[in-house]
Design a binder for this molecule. Structure first.
Ligand SMILES: Cc1cc2nc3c(=O)[nH]c(=O)nc-3n(C[C@H](O)[C@H](O)[C@H](O)COP(=O)(O)OP(=O)(O)OC[C@H]3O[C@@H](n4cnc5c(N)ncnc54)[C@H](O)[C@@H]3O)c2cc1C
Length: 352
């Protein structure tokens, strides 16, 4: 079978790329073996464009947020699967100093920050008060993948299997894999890209993250609550997600009891209501050495592209990055040079 694009990996990166290309009328085959511990399945999916220390949008934060809200709103409507909730984040202030900074900053940027306020829910402990961060929301990872899947029918061929890279080859202007052939190949394998012989130059660092799902009786907030951790609504009514941990040095995504206890302690530091634990899950976020994603052409290969290194913001950044990459592949737009998959650390560049 012949396709325009073959995409390897069906997390948020690969699934979104498949939807983008299919929407433009290109034929797509998606090859992936999904696992429960896939980062995209574990993710809370907070859409938070802000750098918390500076109380301003982070790198291209508003561009990412605008496209994410547009994309998820449209997908939710088209699929009928509820996974997306645009809602402000109530930032619980850690101390009086932070509150003072906020008071100044919210006068300069009322479009991003509300005035200082008390916690709007009695179950939230906020002795220094808090404030709202606008332009944020949540796109639940597991439900997003389900929503995307409903849109593949009749548009994207989805083959669920582990790809053997030694059988993927480029010949006579096309990529071939078994009896499939495609003009363009897109690598979207998350942390598993470390097994891809074509991407050995690309540094990926696993950042383990744990997440809890809890039933919080009588808690019905209209905001996401955030300290260094967060409580965000799950698509299931009455259920909330609490996260996350950020741990380097793990190669396995297996959840550990110590991290469960750590997150329950973090929850109790700002939530005083009852809870029932439903689930503890963990995954490995694929991060890059400079905390920027990789989105572009694979150096040294023809008609080969990558979207990876999405770190802790994959749900925020993928809708816009997939559009940029899709436009570049179909020759409708330019790539962002700072996301070149061929970039390396400075000292490696100097050495080689
Ligand atoms: C606890 C936690 C909380 C998070 N919270 C947020 C958040 O609040 N907001 C946010 O924006 N982001 C969040 N993230 C980050 C986000 O989940 C990631 O940035 C994103 O999911 C990465 O997606 P991906 O598609 O690149 O990779 P993945 O989700 O890992 O998907 C890659 C897919 O490719 C498949 N694959 C790989 N190799 C092969 C092969 N050889 N053959 C077949 N299939 C293959 C894998 O099995 C997998 O299905 C969180 C992550 C974690 C772990």
């Amino acid at each position: 079978m012949k396709y325009y694009a073959g995409i390897i990996g069906s997390g948020v990166a690969g699934s979104t790329m498949a939807l983008r290309l299919a929407a433009l009328g290109y034929s797509v085959v998606l090859l992936s073996k999904a696992r429960e511990s896939d980062s995209s399945r574990v993710a809370a999916g907070l859409l938070n464009p802000f750098a918390p220390k500076h109380l301003l949008p982070g790198w291209r934060g508003m561009e990412f947020a605008d496209e994410a809200h547009r994309f998820y709103r449209e997908l939710q409507t088209a699929s009928g699967v509820r996974f997306y909730d645009p809602m402000p984040i109530f930032r619980v202030f850690p101390n009086a100093h932070y509150r003072g900074d906020w008071q100044k900053r919210c006068l300069e940027h009322p479009e991003y920050l509300s005035p200082v306020m008390d916690a709007p829910d009695p179950a939230i402990k906020a002795p220094f008060g808090g404030g709202l961060l606008y332009h944020s929301g949540v796109a639940d990872g597991k439900a997003f993948l389900q929503a995307a899947g409903t849109q593949f029918e009749g548009r994207v061929t989805y083959i669920q299997e582990d790809i053997r890279y030694d059988e993927l080859r480029f010949e006579a202007g096309h990529w071939h894999y078994g009896d499939l052939s495609f003009e363009q190949v897109l690598f979207c394998e998350g942390m598993a890209a470390r097994e891809n012989p074509h991407l050995q130059h690309m540094e990926l660092i696993p950042l383990k993250g744990d997440l809890l799902r809890l039933r919080l009786p009588d808690f019905a907030p209209q905001y996401i609550y955030q300290t260094q951790h967060f409580i965000a609504p799950d698509p299931e009514p009455g259920v909330f997600k609490v996260g996350s941990t950020y741990q380097l040095g793990f190669l396995s995504p297996a959840p550990q009891e110590g991290d469960l206890n750590f997150l329950l302690g973090a929850l109790q530091s700002f939530y005083k209501g009852p809870y029932e634990l439903l689930e503890h899950r963990a995954g490995l976020r694929p991060t890059s050495f400079d905390r920027r994603p990789y989105a572009g052409a694979v150096p040294g290969l023809q008609q080969a592209w990558v979207l990876n290194g999405l770190g802790s913001k994959g749900y925020l950044m993928t809708p816009l990055l997939s559009r940029v990459l899709c436009d570049a592949i179909t020759k409708q737009g330019e790539l962002w040079p700072e996301l070149d998959p061929g970039r390396r650390r400075k000292r490696e560049r100097n050495a080689g």
